[in-house]
Design a protein around this ligand. Structure first.
Ligand SMILES: *Cc1c(COP(=O)(O)O)cnc(C)c1O
Length: 538
């Protein structure tokens, strides 16, 4: 029988609500922390009874670590169980009472450590749960996690080939592959502790490229005021570069964006000319591919033309949208022209689901990173080593030690293959299209703010009392007030997490993110039904 569409929607929602009701109070599994019991002889032992303190303690060491693994396996299991909650929320004061966080004078026994581990995860938000839509980094990719476990066990530092030979070679291979996907031959890259620092690296390299004297002579070597440009929708780390690097945020010029959140190229050119006429030196333009709130893509080609015309460095911040480079279906037009950039930030820990953290910065020109950042510490980067010292990457960065962020990405890529990443990206985009379609079909309950370009879906939830009321600025204000209350109800119920924020003139609205490989169409149905269940009376 072919039901009218409204009937079919109603039935979907009803099913989802039934599922929710049967779920309430079912999440008690990890509450039983006492179930993680070490054997009697092991329980009261201390850290000095396991390796490396006691050479004969392999069996005890193994029992201890196996028990930790049991806890982790339960967490993984619950993360993937839709009958379990996303979180068990408590206010900070209550949380302090629930936990014993004291660092004691005398160390505790192994059994207590096991219970500490279990309790820690009991109250941790399950960011890999299919009903966690709150952040750009969602999901728990188990292959990548296995990589992170291995990384922790290897516990090495990424500054020299000497102590991380395999991992250094992996970095070279993976980063070269990523540059190839961007569309470059050669170039150079490095992994950085997050996209914000990746953007900082781009800024530093750009300034060094144009003003090589800055490294030795500092501020006074540049005669004139450096100015950078970015859209008003960019990530705040771009402005932070201006603050940290001596420009001042007044010299990070905000270029207006259009209704869909994309930088307006004609406005960029106007502002560049305006600053030039004041005698300033425009030198750097940040183009965002996938803005943090709306998921908008600035038009790279048109911005690249302006950069070429005024001899400015073009940086593409694709921390969020970079993953779509894998997708033949979605790469264009969003990232068309990215190969014209001088530098690109791309965070595998966002759309690609690599475990936190994993962020990369790429340069079209080779040699800049080392020339910009090299300090030639004699105790670490000796030039007369046994091996080819260009594999010592530590002198390319402003850090000294560097965490190993490559193995989890390399292993994940081995598992999925490049094709697997393409499928993954397409799946996330298709689910977002599904969500947009459902929201439009339920226009009495949800108001879609704009057609999304990415997996960010921006919308308002409309409670019963406001349905059918004409959409005016006053109504938007009212809908905005509902967001924090409904979010609070989600967290207290523990069944769902979706983020909200205001943006420019717009009051609070929900921004849903589908960036977890665990999410299915029925999870999207659940999300919409659950918001309605929790919020209809607001
Ligand atoms: C998330 C994000 C960043 C910052 O990345 P972190 O890894 O959180 O430091 C920068 N730019 C954009 C567009 C982002 O979405």
């Amino acid at each position: 029988m072919d039901w009218p569409i409204s009937m079919r929607i109603f039935s979907t929602i009803e099913n989802a609500v039934d599922q929710v009701l049967s779920r309430i109070n079912s999440d008690t599994r990890m509450n039983d922390i006492k179930k993680y019991q070490l054997s009697k002889s092991t329980a009261c032992l201390k850290y000095t009874d396991i390796l490396p303190h006691n050479e004969k303690s392999m069996p005890v060491t193994k029992e201890f670590l196996q028990k930790v693994i049991d806890i982790l396996m339960d967490f993984i299991n619950e993360t993937n169980d839709r009958n379990c909650k996303v979180l068990d929320f408590h206010h900070p004061d209550k949380m302090k009472q629930l936990l014993d966080l004291e660092v004691p004078d005398k160390g505790v026994a192994l059994q207590q450590l096991i219970e500490d581990c279990a309790k820690t995860l009991k109250y941790q938000v399950r960011t890999g749960h299919p009903h966690f839509f709150n952040q750009l980094s969602c999901g728990l990719d188990l292959v990548s996690m296995a990589g992170e476990w291995l990384t922790a066990t290897a516990n090495t530092n990424m500054f020299t080939y000497e102590i991380a030979p395999v991992f250094i070679l992996m970095e070279n291979v993976v980063l070269e592959k990523m540059r190839e996907i961007i569309g470059w031959n050669g170039g150079d890259s490095i992994l950085a502790p997050g996209g914000s620092i990746s953007n900082l690296y781009a800024f530093l390299a750009a300034r060094h490229r144009m003003f090589p004297g800055y490294k030795e002579k500092g501020l006074h070597s540049i005669k004139g005021q450096l100015v950078m440009f970015t859209s008003d929708q960019c990530h705040y780390s771009v402005r932070s570069c201006a603050a940290v690097c001596g420009l001042g945020t007044d010299n990070c010029v905000e270029v207006p964006s259009d209704k869909r959140g994309r930088l307006i190229p004609s406005e960029l050119e106007r502002l560049v000319i305006e600053r030039k006429s004041k005698g300033h030196i425009p030198f750097f333009v940040n183009c965002t591919s996938g803005t943090t709130v709306l998921g908008a893509f600035d038009p790279i080609e048109e911005i690249a033309n302006i950069c070429q015309k005024y001899k400015m460095w073009l940086h593409v911040d694709a921390a969020w949208g970079g993953g779509l480079l894998f997708s033949n279906k979605y790469r264009h037009p969003r990232l068309t022209g990215i190969e014209r950039a001088d530098s690109v930030t791309w965070n595998p820990h966002k759309l690609m689901g690599t475990l936190l953290q994993c962020s990369t910065i790429h340069f079209k020109e080779d040699g800049l990173l080392i020339s910009c950042n090299q300090m030639s510490a004699e105790y670490l980067f000796m030039q007369d080593k046994l091996y080819d010292v260009q594999y010592d990457t530590g002198d390319k960065v402003i850090q000294c030690g560097r965490h190993n962020d490559i193995f989890k990405l390399w292993l994940q890529w081995r598992a999925k293959g490049t094709e697997g990443f393409e499928k993954h990206m397409d799946h996330l985009m298709e689910l977002s299209e599904y969500m947009t379609k459902r929201i439009k079909a339920m226009s009495d309950k949800f108001y879609l703010i704009l057609e999304p370009e990415m997996v960010n879906v921006s919308f308002w939830y409309i409670p019963t009392r406001l349905r059918g009321v004409p959409h005016t600025p006053e109504k938007e204000k009212e809908l905005g007030k509902i967001c924090p209350i409904l979010k609070g109800r989600m967290m207290t119920a523990g069944t769902l997490m979706v983020g909200y924020q205001p943006l420019d003139e717009r009051p609070n609205f929900f921004r849903n993110i589908i960036s977890s490989a665990a999410v299915t169409e029925s999870d999207v149905d659940f999300l919409l039904a659950e918001m309605d269940r929790l919020g209809h009376d607001l």
